[in-house]
Ligand binder design. Sequence first.
Ligand code: ATP
Ligand code: MG
Length: 227
Amino acid sequence: MKGAEKGMQRRFGIMGGTFDPVHLGHLRAAEEASYLLDLDRVLFVPSADPPHKPGCELLAYEHRLSILQLSISKNPRFGISEIERRFAGKSYTVNSLRGLHEEFPGSELYFLMGLDAFLEIDTWYKFTELFHLARIVILRRPGFGEADVEDFLTRRISADFKRDPENGSFIHPVMYTVYYLRNTRLDISSTRIRKLAAQGRSIRYLVPPEAEGYINGRELYRGGGRN
Ligand code: ATP
Ligand code: MG
């Protein structure tokens, strides 16, 4: 990111994940969020050592990062933050969001997450603080139903969350608003892509062509029985 941009107050979408590998489900959801919420940028934040995937053999950070870089290079609104590289030990979202606030003072952060991830947020490190650091944006995802987000928020996060009848978001007297996006549901997961690649089958049209070329050219995920 250019120095001049850093001082500006802007609206950033932040999308965390393992991105092993990034796919069109992530990219389309981020694209729709950027337009629907009028975001200036969406930063993808690959986790170095995700706490939720213990013992799972991840593709090396450098490979996941390279695939991500190739995949977003043509979109001027998209960028990558390597902030989780700097944390020793586990990557925790609360630390990343604090770090991004320091890096971009005065900016609004919109933390994008799939419904599957959101419904586990009450297991995350210092999860209540997340609602004070960023506007959480829930993305619809096939296979994870239309959960009762209001029920989850009021039971697990704070009883003071209320649905805003105007736009279906959830408002709170002190925490940031939580948004539930009407994004296109794309039934794509990295798990499925790893399985296909492991079997030597096509991953075309599930990932951008640049990502497909990188993965196939290096025979990544081949013979991996880790799923
Ligand atoms: P894996 O199968 O390895 O868990 P994944 O496809 O779920 O991979 P992650 O890197 O775990 O990808 O996801 C990062 C974030 O993107 C999470 O918040 C997840 O819910 C969201 N996400 C992933 N795929 C989609 C999709 N198809 N639509 C909307 N959100 C998605
Ligand atoms: Mg996942």
